[in-house]
Design a binder for this molecule. Structure first.
Ligand code: NAD
Length: 389
């Protein structure tokens, strides 16, 4: 298929968590072909892993610098690279490809600080490359429906936003057991002291921004370590002031014992509210002033085009995480192909998260850190990057 995009991957090797979801998502709509990569830091294990994926041996690399150099010299080099490594390496890897004009789909958080995130945004713009960030939850069909309804005023003027990503995945001292993902996420040098905000808080922050179209203007945060012996904050309770002076709250936790994934958004307007939960992702709960409750289901023909265009199997057939990832990949593919064929941009109002969204996530993390360190004092966020959206 000539339209397939030539993709590379850094990270996502044997035993890795999220890399496999990226590979499924690439294949689901058959718009990408994985042709090159660095599948881990252990070169021998990475080679064996890539062979199993069926990659050409010439295009299995020992490190991302070698990959960037070699791939950009090839006439059939990669057009987009997925960065699925731990957070502290995102910047260097993304930069190496963006500087060569290769687009990047980077895992979140985009980098470890706002200055480097802003630098990636600048580099991508200067080299005409797409920089996307894998805040995958905004690619669920019913999140797109919520966004369309809220942005079109169907619940009236937004009055309050309540969002939480309160997961229970690390409710015990998992890092002491050698658990791969817990080990780096609870290491302040890799995941940062604010790891729970970077890991889960940024998803909640992005979800609320995406659905409402509002921006966080100020935060007052309380940071806690709920699991004794842990080296990072594993729980953040944040009060928010959104644009338009809309109040809200955000709870990010990796120690909400008994919760599986724990992502939920509620937006209250002056005419009702919408609620979306990752637990039942193909539903959107809508309530009006009379407390009448309507449950909208994915695939219903009367839903907004933004939602309907993401259906694959139709009403009554559940779609989930892999499909949401594929929706994100689909939006990115539309734009990459438009650029390849020199057509106008395909980026819609409700499209994929960009580097600017990643940058805003970093600004949010930093503001939460400052506020938490100052006993919950209100800290304002700048309007950096908004002109570039
Ligand atoms: N979007 C989401 O929903 C979502 C979900 C989970 C994780 N993530 C993000 O994905 C990233 C990876 O998380 P994970 O849980 O998959 O981690 P992981 O530890 O399971 O996997 C990381 C992989 O990267 C490899 N790696 C590390 N440094 C490398 C380097 N320099 N070059 C090549 N490979 C390297 C490791 O060997 C491993 O294969 C993180 O940034 C995380 O925040 C996002």
């Amino acid at each position: 298929m000539t339209h397939r995009l030539r993709a590379g991957m850094v990270g996502g090797g044997a035993g890795a968590n999220i890399g496999v979801a990226h590979r499924y998502a690439m294949r689901l709509d058959d718009r990408y072909e994985l042709v090159a990569g660095v599948f881990g830091r252990d070169a021998i294990a990475a080679l064996a892993f890539a062979r199993d994926l069926g990659l050409d041996e010439q295009r299995i690399y020992a490190d991302y610098e070698q990959m960037a150099e070699s791939e950009t010299r090839r006439p059939d080099g990669v057009e987009v690279v997925v960065v699925a490594t731990p957070n502290d390496s995102h910047f260097a890897i993304a930069k190496a490809f963006l500087e060569h004009g290769v687009s990047v789909l980077c895992e979140k958080p985009l980098t470890t600080d706002s200055a480097s995130a802003a630098e990636l945004v600048r580099i991508a713009q200067a080299h005409g490359a797409v920089l996307a960030v894998a805040h995958v939850y905004s690619a669920y069909a019913m999140v797109r429906q919520a966004a369309r309804m809220v942005r079109d005023g169907e619940i009236g003027n937004v009055r309050f936003i309540d969002v939480e990503h309160a997961s229970g995945w690390a409710s015990t001292l998992l890092e002491s057991t050698g658990h791969k993902q817990a080990s780096w996420r609870t290491d302040p040098a890799v995941g940062g002291r604010l790891s729970v905000v970077a890991d889960l808080g940024t998803h909640a922050h992005h979800l609320a921004r995406y659905v409402t179209g509002l921006e966080v203007r100020a935060v007052s945060a309380q940071l806690d370590t709920l699991v004794p012996g842990r080296q990072i904050f594993d729980n953040a309770t944040v009060q928010l002031r959104w644009s338009g002076d809309v109040p809200g709250r955000l709870w990010a936790s990796m120690a909400a014992a008994g919760h599986s994934h724990g992502l939920r958004l509620r937006v209250f307007g002056d005419r009702g509210n919408v609620e979306w939960s990752h637990q039942d992702p193909d539903q959107l709960i809508v309530q009006d002033l009379e407390c009448r409750t309507t449950i909208l289901s994915q695939g219903v023909p009367s839903l907004a085009t933004d939602s309907r265009r993401l259906d694959r199997v139709g009403l009554g057939h559940a779609e989930g995480f892999i499909e949401a990832f594929a929706n994100l990949y689909g939006d990115v593919a539309d734009e990459l192909l438009a650029r390849r064929e020199r057509r106008p941009s395909t980026i819609r109002e409700l499209s994929f998260p960009t580097g600017v969204d990643g940058l805003k996530g970093l600004e949010f993390i930093e503001a939460v850190g400052v506020s938490g360190g100052a006993g919950g004092a209100w800290v304002s966020l700048g309007e950096v990057g908004e002109e570039a959206t």
